[in-house]
Design a protein around this ligand. Structure first.
Ligand SMILES: NC(=O)c1ccc[n+]([C@@H]2O[C@H](COP(=O)([O-])OP(=O)(O)OC[C@H]3O[C@@H](n4cnc5c(N)ncnc54)[C@H](OP(=O)(O)O)[C@@H]3O)[C@@H](O)[C@H]2O)c1
Length: 279
């Protein structure tokens, strides 16, 4: 039987993962399939316990299941253990394994868009303290970024994140402090859902950022957020969320289908066209 993989979430109809994985299957001439599977929170444990019975080699996990799926895994990678969340599952020796590839996905995307970015970044400002922010903070720390200012609407969520990463120097701040924080920031990363299609805008002024600063936004719908547009208009170097979406998908594909896929300009264009058509 050819390998089958899934993406589970609730809701899941918006997921672009099938488009990405079917593109790679076709390009590499491999048998296999990848399906969106809506799994409501009360059904998660049963689904995870029956992955092999259902004929799946593994799959991806998205909101709101990443933390509960982590807890259900028999074996997890060090990065998943650090984030206490998984986005990639597979069955090995009859056991459920889990990894978190968001960290590697974000770093691969930033490396591709702004080569050697980490050589010039000492101080980063991260907007948001949700699930995605955890991966970004961990990613920045893993590349030696020593100072992170974390700006979040709900302070208690920022404090939770701070507690989760005691080894990282994180200063919590309010949105009102941004103009002062941006003055000496080398990198700004938006990990909030602000600016995403259907969400309120992310209304911040990038004027205080130094000319050498980098602006990254992990929101990928729209492809060019207002934040990235403003940064580009100022001549700053930028990195959008589409790259992270594509790079985070690659390790799972290799596990389930047995070949390392490539993030090519053609794949980028196909997924971009799909996002542009629906946003
Ligand atoms: N490119 C990729 O591959 C990729 C991967 C993962 C996530 N993402 C994107 O990242 C974004 C966040 O995802 P997530 O999983 O971290 O979501 P999440 O856990 O729900 O966190 C949402 C974050 O946005 C903030 N926020 C939401 N509405 C706000 C508002 N009206 N004003 C101020 N802050 C607001 C929240 O602040 P509070 O704590 O105050 O509520 C929180 O920090 C989404 O747009 C998602 O699509 C992209």
């Amino acid at each position: 039987m050819s390998p089958r993989a899934f993406v589970i979430g609730w809701p899941i109809s918006h997921s672009r993962s099938p488009l990405i994985h079917h593109y790679w299957l076709e390009q590499l001439g491999l048998p296999g399939s990848y399906a969106r599977v809506p799994v409501a929170p009360p059904d998660l444990a049963t689904f995870l316990a029956n992955i092999a019975v259902l004929g799946f080699a593994g799959g991806n996990v998205t909101l709101p299941h990443k933390e509960k799926a982590f807890a259900a895994c028999a074996v997890t990678t060090p990065v998943a253990q650090r984030l206490k969340a998984v986005n990639t599952l597979w069955i090995e020796g009859g056991q459920l394994f889990g990894d978190n590839t968001d960290v590697a996905g974000f770093l691969a995307s930033l490396d591709a868009d702004v080569p050697d970015w980490d050589k010039s970044v000492d101080k980063a400002v991260v907007l948001g303290a949700g699930g995605a922010a955890r991966g970004i903070v961990y990613a920045l720390h893993s590349r030696g970024i020593r100072h992170i200012a974390l700006v979040n609407r709900t302070r208690s969520r920022g404090e939770d994140l701070q507690r989760q990463f005691p080894e990282v120097e994180i200063d919590l701040a309010d949105f009102a402090a941004l103009p002062a924080l941006l003055k000496d920031a080398d990198l700004l990363v938006n990990t909030t859902s602000l600016g995403m299609v259907g969400q309120p805008p992310l209304d911040i002024d990038l004027a205080p950022l130094p000319a050498k600063a980098i602006v990254a936004d992990i929101v990928y719908a729209p492809l060019e957020t207002a934040l990235l547009r403003q940064a580009a208009a100022r001549g700053l170097r930028t990195s959008g969320g589409l790259g992270m979406l594509l790079y985070q998908a690659a390790p799972g594909f290799a596990r389930w289908f047995g070949r390392e896929p490539q993030v090519t300009p053609d794949l980028r264009a196909r997924v971009a066209a799909d996002i542009a058509g629906k946003s």
